[in-house]
Design a protein around this ligand. Structure first.
Ligand SMILES: [Zn+2]
Length: 245
């Protein structure tokens, strides 16, 4: 649980999504730029008080599903606060946790989206997979949990309804779809002597010319990104039991 005291601010009508002032301008810009390119909302920004403003929606580009999710979040009853969790070992990419008000008895439900911006800079692998998994996609995943009350996969062979929603948005943009919720060890390239543990996550796309499915990999060092120990949490990624040691 994370405590914060912005309840009076949210009594205004500026919307339900805000970013903490501790998130640096560079990181805000990174998130804004990814969300603009996914949603097609070219005027999307955070205002001077940190509230997410979507701007006019005249876009014919970008994902319609992402625009709907963002609109529903901003106009929704649940309060969402974005917090910088960079370099935290307990946050692999993004997580959402329930918040609690430090001033008593707010009737509003509050959620904190923790973003480890530094983790997204650790990603390597195929360019197509990297386009389908950045800080914008990670944030939308957590937002879908809050807005649609969607769940993550519980078993290794399922994707989970949350990522299924996000895949619909990737499909709209012609990006490869995430095929697994859980990441797995890339054992061939893991050398215990160097203290790294490379893991990978698969994305797939049908090639219309050959009618074959192409697979693209996202690869990172989980000793740097984290997420290996957290077995039960609402997160953007999770380790399979085999990867978790
Ligand atoms: Zn999740």
């Amino acid at each position: 649980m994370i405590a914060f005291s912005v309840v009076s601010t949210f009594a205004t009508n500026k919307g339900s999504v805000a970013i903490r002032d501790t998130v640096s301008p560079a990181k805000r810009n990174e998130l804004v730029s990814k969300l603009r390119s996914i949603s097609g909302l070219t005027k999307l920004s955070f205002d001077a008080d940190g509230f997410l403003r979507l701007g006019a929606d005249s876009s014919e580009r970008g994902s319609h599903g992402a625009r709907e999710l963002l609109k529903n979040a901003v106009s929704g009853e649940n309060i969402v606060v974005i917090e910088d969790a960079s370099s935290r070992a307990d946050v692999a990419f993004c997580r959402v946790v329930m918040g609690r008000w430090t001033k008593a008895n707010s009737a509003l439900s509050a959620f904190v989206v923790l973003i480890d911006f530094s983790d997204f800079h650790q990603l390597t692998g195929d360019q197509q997979a990297r386009a389908a998994f950045d800080v914008g996609w990670g944030f939308l995943h957590e937002l879908d949990h809050v807005v649609a009350d969607s769940q993550d996969a519980e078993t290794e062979d399922s994707l989970g309804e949350c990522e299924a929603h996000i895949n619909e948005m990737r499909h709209e943009l012609g990006l490869p779809l995430r095929s697994n919720y859980f990441f797995t060890a890339l054992s061939m390239q893991t050398d215990p002597n160097f203290g790294t543990r490379l893991v990978r996550l698969a994305f797939e796309q049908r090639d219309p010319h050959t009618d074959r499915t192409r697979r693209f990999w996202l690869i990172w060092d989980s000793t740097v990104v984290g997420g290996l120990i957290a077995s039960k949490q609402t997160a953007a990624v999770r380790a399979t039991p085999l990867t978790r040691k």
